[in-house]
Design a protein around this ligand. Sequence first.
Ligand code: HH2
Length: 265
Amino acid sequence: MSWIGTAVMGILNVTPDSFSDGRRHFELAEALASARRMRDAGVLVLDIGGESTRPGAEPVPAETELDRILPVIRELAGEGVLLSVDTLKPEVAQAALNAGAHLINDVGGLRDPEMRRVCAEAGAPAALMHMQGEPRTMQQNPSYDDVVAEVFAFLREQAAVARAAGVPDVLLDPGIGFGKTREHNLALLRALPQLTAGPDGVLVGASRKRLIDYLADVPRAEDRDPGTLALHLHAASTGVALVRAHAAGAHVQALRVQAALDSPG
Ligand code: HH2
C-alpha cells in the first residue's frame, strides 16, 4: 500500500461501557447520526465496535456484539463510507462482512487462524494490531526487552502469515496502550518511520488514551482530543496511512492543513 496522505478512521462505539463515550452511541439512531456526521466530515472509514477493549474490560458474548453492530452495519452499508469492524471474534467478523462491512480490525493481530480464514474467504483486508496479554489484565505489568524490535517483528511476521493465508491486504498497528507503559508507547511512536518504511500501510490509534494523561495531565478521556491530535499529527508526519480517532472532524481538518503544508508548491 503506497502512502497518499493520512486518512481518518472514525471511531463508532456501540458498546455501553467503552471508556470514553460510554452510553452515548448505544442507541441506534444516535450511532447512525454520529456515523453520518463523521462521513460528512470526510473520514475514509468508520470503525464499528461492539465490545470494549479498554484496560480491564470484560469480554462479551458474540450474540451481544452482533446485536449491537449488525443494525448499524446494515444501515450504513452503501452510504458512501468504508466500514471496519473492531472485533476479536471470527464469527462476528464473518457476520459483519456478510452484512456489508469491508474491513476487519483485529486487536488480536490475526493470531487466530479462523480470523485469517474469514478475511481471506471474503477477500477482506484486515488491520492487525499488537497487544501484549489480553484486555482484562494487559496493563498489570507490561514488559519487553526491546519494545520496538519485538512489536515491529510481530507485526511483520503476522503480516506474512496473513498474506500466506490469503488475506488480500493488511494494515499494521503497534497497539498504543495495549500492554504497554508510557515509555513503551513513546518508543513505538518515535520509531514509526521504521514501520512506515515497509511495504504495508500503518494504522495508529492513540485517541483519548491514558498515555495523554501521563504526558499532559488530562485525567478525563473526553478532554484528551488536543493531545490526541498532537500524537496523530506526529504519526501522520511519519507517513502512516490511517489514524483512528473519536474527534473525526477535527482530525480531517488538521490533516488537510498538514498535507497542504507538506505538498510542494
Ligand atoms: N484501540 C482501541 C480499540 N480498537 N483498534 C486498533 N486497530 N488500534 C487501536 O489502537 C485500538 C483499536 C481502544 O479500545 P476501546 O476501549 O474500545 O476504546 P475506543 O474504541 O473508544 O477507542
